[in-house]
Structure formats: C-alpha cells, structure tokens
Design a binder for this molecule. Structure first.
Ligand code: SF4
Length: 416
C-alpha cells in the first residue's frame, strides 16, 4: 500500500505530545524499578486485575501493549516465525507469537522509542485473566517458566448473556484469594483503603475515557478510531493513576473545543463507520489515510470501548471489579453483543459497520457466526467483513482491503 506516503487528512491532536511524555515516564519508571531493584514488577493482562496489583505497590507492565507496539512498528511479521518454531502455531494470537518471538530474539520496540531501555522489564509475578481468551494464559505461562516467577490467574466465564450474581461471586472470590500470594511477593500488606483509592482513580479514568470516545457522537466527529487506538494507551497501562486522569481531562478539553468550532477529525466527513474487532496495527497510518481520503470517519469501535469500566465502585471493590471485568463485550454471548452494537450504531449515527475477521484472534472476531447478517437484517445498516490480522501482515492483502473498502463506501454513497 502506498497510502503511507500520502498526506494525511486526519487532523493531529495537540495533546499527543503530553501523551507521549506520560507513556515515556511510565516505561522509564518500569525500567528503573528493575535496574535499581527498587520496586516489584507485576505483569498483567490488559483487562486483568491491575488495580489490586497497584494497590499492593507493584509497578504494572502489560505485555499486550508491547504486542501492539511490535505490530505498529511492523516488527511482528519477522518475529512470529521464531515463536512458531518452538511450537506456537501461526493460528494463535499474533500478539503472543510476536511477543515471544521478540523475547527469543532479544529485541524490543521499546529500545527504538526510549533511549537507554534495552529490554522489557523482568517480572516478579505474572497475573492473567481469561476474560479475553485462553491465549493470555498460555502467553503468561511461557514467561512465568522463563523468568521462574509465580503465576496467578483468574478464570472467567465466557459466552455470558446476562452477568449474574453467581458469575460475580466466583470472580470476586478468585480475586480475593490472589491477595495473600501477592502480599508475600510484594512484601506489602493489603490495605483496602489503598485499593479503594486506586479503584476510584481507575473509575475516573474510565469515565473520562468514555467521555472522550462519546465526543465522536457529534457531527462532524472530533476524533476517529485511529486517534482512539493511539490515545487509549494511558487507559490501558496507567488506569488507577492520577497521570491518566489528568491526561484525559486535557484531551477532552481539546475535543470539546473542536466540537464548539464544528471541527471534524476528517475533512468533509460524509460517512460514519463503526469498526468491530482488532485494529490492524501495521497499517494504522495507511488505513487512517485511506478512510480520511474517502471522507469516511470511523467514529466508534468495540476495541476502544473495551477499556470503559463503569461498573467500578470503590465502596464494593472486589464485587464491582468482578462485575466490570465480566461485563466486557468480549466475554459476552452474541445476543448481548448485538444489543450493545445496536445501541452503539444509534448513539453514533452509524452508516456502515466494518467487521475485522482477524486470522489469529477468534476472540475479537464477531463475523463468523452470522452476526453481520442478523444485525443488518434488523437495523438495515450495511456491513463489510475485511480479512486481516492484528499483527501478522502475511494475513492481509492490501489491495483486497482497499478494493473492498472503496466498494463499500460506494455502496453507502448510493444510499445517501
Ligand atoms: S483477545 Fe485476541 S489479541 Fe487479545 S490476547 Fe487474546 S487472542 Fe490475543
């Protein structure tokens, strides 16, 4: 694809510089904690119990964020075969295979972005939650063995239609049982008030992040999916901290200013789209330009909304975390997902839905069991399924992607 060379018509967000700074501070802090042996480091899956870890004084590192960096830096495709060679199939999560490949080759995009950081931070413990998929368990198990550190996991119910008290109770109990082990590893005693404080900051971060994403319900939208996946960094790795809260206040002000000035993220916005599924990290810029040049703004997505945890309630920390981490879209049955998508298409005034069928992530792919057809029949909103992958660019045909998107936009234009 040559779109990388074209001039982008997606407007830059000024707050990006501040976001780069806080992300740099986050990675340098982790690096220094390991180099100076000053603080324990926990690795955690991205929708795992980060709040419990932070409240016990751990610095928290998220391998999935590293996986996304491997994808966006386009290092993944060369690294995946090293993980395949030790038995991880090309069919399983390409975050997992690119991350393990990078570990085996002793490379990291962190060194390219942050001078002086030579490697990922060594963990003292790894913690996962299967609310996303089983792949995270296998991924974290690999590292627990490599680094010879304890591994703790929460096993979540999947395919849930309505989240019940029984679900919440069982997840809450698993979270509570983790605490005793984490106390020993961290050397700190659990303090309920600290957890409540962290959870309150996480909730504030989540509410602000929701407000940021909801600004896109305005016409024209002040931000796109491509802005969202860049600016979600603090909501993933820094939720539970004041820095994330401060950052989203700054970003929100800028977006409100755009709304006031009727300034859209895409010049001459004509089509409003919804993206379901994983981003294609190695083509962020190219896809952003492709859609912007077609006057199409992807105004909402399942992916960016996955870091909204409105269920967090500091007065019931374990119960509310259990509920919020089980109410996630990815954990739910198709019936619940479809109800959610219908609400989203109404709120964001969607003209068309794009489903990304991601070769190595069945968990974030929703087009394989009739959902696009059912929703289209009910709402009349046309949809397109694109084939690709989050990180493995060998699964993507750029030409086919462009042709399909252009044809879809033509189809939407005929309806206008
Ligand atoms: S949800 Fe998909 S992308 Fe995320 S860790 Fe699981 S398999 Fe990988």
């Amino acid at each position: 694809m040559t779109a990388d060379k074209k001039e982008s018509t997606r407007k830059k967000i000024a707050a990006t510089n501040e976001m780069k700074k806080i992300m740099a501070d986050y990675y340098y802090e982790l690096d220094s904690a390991v180099k100076n042996d000053s603080q324990k480091v926990a690795w955690c899956t991205s929708v795992g119990p980060a709040e419990i870890l932070r409240s016990l004084g751990f610095y928290v590192y998220f391998p999935e964020n590293h996986g996304a960096m491997l994808g966006s830096s386009r290092m993944s495709t060369d690294l995946i075969p090293y993980a395949n060679a030790i038995g991880y199939s090309p069919e399983v999560c390409s975050y997992l295979t690119s991350d393990i490949g990078a570990y085996l080759k002793k490379v990291t995009p962190l060194s390219k972005v942050y001078e002086g950081i030579d490697s990922i931070p060594r963990p003292d413990v790894v913690v996962f939650n299967t609310n996303q998929c089983r792949d995270v368990q296998d991924w974290m198990t690999f590292y627990a063995k490599e680094f010879k550190v304890p591994i703790l996991g929460i096993h979540t119910h999947t395919g849930v239609n309505e989240v019940s008290d029984t679900h919440v109770q069982s997840i809450s109990q698993q979270m509570k049982e983790m605490v005793e082990y984490l106390e020993k590893i961290s050397g700190n005693s659990f303090d309920r008030r600290k957890l409540q404080k962290v959870l309150s900051l996480s909730r504030e971060c989540s509410d602000l992040w929701k407000e940021v994403l909801d600004t896109a319900s305005n016409i024209p939208s002040p931000l796109t999916f491509f802005d969202g996946i860049i600016h979600m960094g603090p909501a993933v790795v820094l939720r539970g901290t004041q820095q994330a809260v401060d950052y989203y206040k700054l970003l929100l002000n800028e977006l409100k200013e755009r709304i006031k000035n009727h300034e859209g993220a895409v010049d001459g916005e004509r089509f409003r789209l919804y993206w379901d599924g994983m981003p294609i990290w190695g083509r962020i810029r190219a896809h952003s330009e492709l859609f912007a040049n077609l006057k199409a703004c992807i105004v909402a997505s399942t992916y960016c909304n996955s870091w909204i945890f409105t269920g967090f309630n500091p007065s019931e920390p374990f119960k509310s975390m259990a509920r919020a981490y089980t109410e996630l879209f990815i954990v739910r049955a198709d019936a619940a997902k479809e109800r959610y998508l219908k609400r989203m298409t109404d709120l964001f005034k969607i003209d068309g839905i794009i489903y990304h069928d991601s070769k190595s992530c069945a968990n974030n792919t929703n087009s394989r069991y009739g959902m696009p057809q059912r929703l289209e029949k009910e709402t009349g909103i046309p949809s397109l399924v694109v084939n690709g992958d989050l990180n493995d660019l060998r699964c993507l045909s750029d030409e086919q992607f462009i042709t399909n998107v252009e044809a879809f936009i033509e189809q939407l234009a005929e309806k206008k």
